[in-house]
Design a binder for this molecule. Structure first.
Ligand code: GDP
Ligand code: MG
Length: 208
């Protein structure tokens, strides 16, 4: 299938928070209740239409390296958006968000907003939460990330968070293009004005 544009995302967070399950739910609509350590397969893709354009969304998953907290520069290369996941039933995975955010910052300048990132609290279908929604929202706000809650098991919130991220990227790209166009028009105008005034100068000095 043909597509108009490609967007590359990546997903990070502690192991077992549900990263692979979120991607599997989003791209295949499937959920596997048994834990299968991700080996080999390291990306998922799906085509979606936004504003009449087909966007190929490619999401890179960690192939178990997150266990050793050893994500390399190569993993972050070409990322246009990032999903940072914790498990609402696991307070340690929430505490570790700080580590993951730091790890992104050593590779990418996310403070400039060029690579949007969101925080996702997963497994909200389980009632025994260890992390309150308000606490997670407050943390996300303090760190300047948008916050979403999902369940890969029943699908709640999954489409919304991916769509938000992709839309933000497409909007940023559009803004950048418009900015470039404006600059280009401005430069052309300046050149035109310069040409006019140098012609005038030539005339006044009898060179014509
Ligand atoms: P990863 O290591 O972050 O990729 O985590 P996995 O996607 O492999 O999920 C780890 C375990 O949590 C698996 O047994 C999943 O079935 C389970 N799991 C993942 N997401 C959810 C969820 O939203 N709800 C529930 N109840 N279990 C989930
Ligand atoms: Mg996995």
């Amino acid at each position: 299938m043909n597509y108009d544009q490609k967007v590359q995302l990546l997903i990070i967070g502690d192991s077992t928070v549900g990263k692979t399950s979120i991607l599997s739910r989003y791209t295949n609509g499937e959920f596997n209740p048994h834990y299968l350590a991700t080996v080999g397969l390291d990306f998922f893709k799906k085509d979606e239409v936004f504003n009449g354009k087909t966007i190929r969304i490619k999401i890179w998953d960690t192939a178990g390296q997150e266990r050793y907290k050893s994500l390399t520069q190569g993993y972050f290369r070409n990322a246009e958006g990032i999903m940072i996941v914790y498990d609402v039933t696991n307070a340690v995975s929430f505490e570790n968000l700080k580590y993951w955010i730091q790890s992104i910052k050593t590779h990418i300048d996310i403070d400039k907003g060029e690579v949007p990132a969101i925080i996702i609290g997963n497994k909200i279908d389980i009632f025994e939460r260890e992390v309150k929604k308000e606490d997670a929202e407050a943390f996300a706000k303090e760190q300047k990330f948008n916050y979403f809650e999902t369940s890969a098991k029943n699908g709640d919130g999954i489409n919304e968070c991916v769509k938000f991220l992709v839309k933000t990227i497409l909007r940023n790209n559009n803004d950048k293009e418009e900015e470039l166009e404006k600059k280009f028009i401005q430069i052309n105008k300046e050149n035109e004005n310069n040409n006019k005034s140098s012609k005038k100068m030539d005339k006044c000095c009898g060179k014509d």
